[in-house]
Design a protein around this ligand. Structure first.
Ligand SMILES: Cc1ncc(COP(=O)(O)O)c(C=O)c1O
Ligand SMILES: [Zn+2]
Length: 431
């Protein structure tokens, strides 16, 4: 594999892959987070070793693998490290990292009026580590941390003097982060709003996380107080254990395993034409960015529909504004003109995708352009119906956030032909 490193899509700054703790673009500051490091990686035909754990099966495509090799780990040591940490995760989570099911949902396809040649394929992430795909993003960061620590590249000298992990989230990302932290007994601080779901905060505490409630302080600048406290912790030395590429670009590495799994499964086991469309629910955007990047490495650029709701749709607004700044391919030069926090975030049952800003919007925009896709805004009716019909017909117990990609299909069903092949991801078990 020819991993070269990170190049910022906004300022062009390059960071070699060997550099440890390269979480953000070197030009990113507290006052200016408008940077977007992207992996620049030689294209090799995507193949899996066939191992069930995607971090092993697709290991050589991970940027982490190149980082660890540069840090002195030979191939056997890299495989051993993934295996060791995976076993520790499984001991806490009840499952380690595995290739998740991805099948044609026959009853759902029938109910939506698809023909036998077409239909809806559902990737089920709800039984995965911590009940969603989020742990995939974070496992890559954890591998990086442990590899750096063991090769003497971390700023602490032993596990006893580790800096804590930090994350601002009160949903699936927080649970995934606390699960991985518990697996390796790494202290973690989770910054949550005062309105956080008590079941989630109880689970976080049960996993040993320090939950920090973040009321708005009179001295706070605009923006989410959880993010302010998170950034203060990071400025004081904590590790950004975040699923936002703007806070830790390394989350975009392991996140690709889901795209790799889908692309390979499609090529290896599904007869007939490839997928016509891929609907992915978008909050901060790391998920869709990673899925699309994973597909791209297999040489497939499906028509990507990034799905948001009427309650909060900053990505769709950016898409609409892009032509006025010279088109989506020039959007990176015009971040502030296209992407800013949604002013009045409404309510939706799909509350996990209400991020007021699509932090990782640039790679999602690019993927939609490349695959001739488009953003889709789902109505609340679509969100509710997709969850009811999606869960009933598949037997998967997903949250409304988890089925909101399917809600995007509901929203534009009349524009999708009955013989088209559509892929969605149910991620986020109902809690
Ligand atoms: C189940 C589920 N799906 C999708 C998303 C959206 O991911 P992202 O914020 O990376 O766009 C989230 C984020 O919280 C989620 O919990
Ligand atoms: Zn930059």
């Amino acid at each position: 594999m020819h991993t070269i490193g990170w190049t910022c899509a906004v300022c062009g700054a390059h960071t070699p892959i060997a550099q440890p703790f390269s979480w953000r673009c070197p030009a990113s500051t507290d006052a200016d987070r408008h940077h977007a490091p992207q992996l620049v990686q030689g294209l090799a035909p995507l193949r899996s070793t066939g191992e069930l754990n995607p971090f092993l099966g697709f290991r050589e495509y991970l940027a982490w693998d190149a980082f660890a090799a540069e840090s002195g780990f030979n191939e056997a040591a890299r495989i051993a490290l993934i295996t060791e940490l995976d076993e520790q995760v499984a001991a806490v989570a009840g499952t380690g990292f595995v290739t998740t099911p991805f099948e044609r949902a026959d009853a759902l396809s029938d109910e939506l009026g698809f023909l036998a040649d077409g239909g809806v394929w559902v990737k089920d992430e709800t039984q995965h580590v911590a009940g969603s795909h989020k742990a995939r993003h974070l496992f890559g960061i954890l591998l990086h941390l442990v590899a750096a620590e063991r090769s003497g590249l971390a700023p602490w000298s032993s596990p006893a003097t580790r800096q804590p992990l930090a994350i601002a989230s009160c949903g699936n990302a927080a649970l995934a982060a606390a699960t991985l932290a518990a697996a390796v007994q790494w202290p973690i601080r989770v910054f949550v709003p005062t309105s956080a779901n008590v079941r989630v905060t109880d689970s976080l505490r049960a996993l040993g996380a320090t939950v920090v409630e973040c009321p708005r302080l009179a001295t706070d600048p605009p923006g989410d107080p959880c993010v302010h406290r998170f950034r203060e912790a990071v400025a004081a030395g904590a590790v950004p254990f975040s699923v936002q590429g703007t806070e830790n670009a390394w989350c975009l590495d392991g996140g690709r395993t889901i795209g790799w799994e889908m692309a390979r499964h499609m090529e290896e086991t599904i007869e007939g034409p490839p997928f016509d469309r891929l609907f992915v629910q978008v909050g901060g955007g790391a998920f869709a960015a990673s899925v699309a990047a994973g597909f791209r490495m297999s040489g497939i650029t499906p028509r990507l529909h990034a799905v948001q709701t009427h309650a909060c749709a900053p990505l769709e607004r950016a898409w609409e504004l892009a032509p006025s700044v010279g088109g989506p391919r020039h959007a990176a030069e015009h971040w502030a003109d296209c992407m800013w926090p949604w002013e009045h975030v409404g309510h939706s049952a799909a509350d996990g995708i209400l991020d007021d800003e699509t932090y990782d919007w640039l790679p999602v925009l690019r993927a939609m352009v490349d695959g001739h896709g488009s953003p889709v805004i789902a109505s609340e009716d679509d969100v509710l119906m997709a969850n009811e019909i999606g869960c009933r017909t598949t037997g998967i117990d997903a949250s409304h956030t988890g089925t909101s990609g399917l809600a995007g299909l509901f929203a534009i069903r009349e524009h999708v032909a009955a013989d088209e092949r559509v892929a969605v991801i149910f991620s986020g078990v109902r809690r």
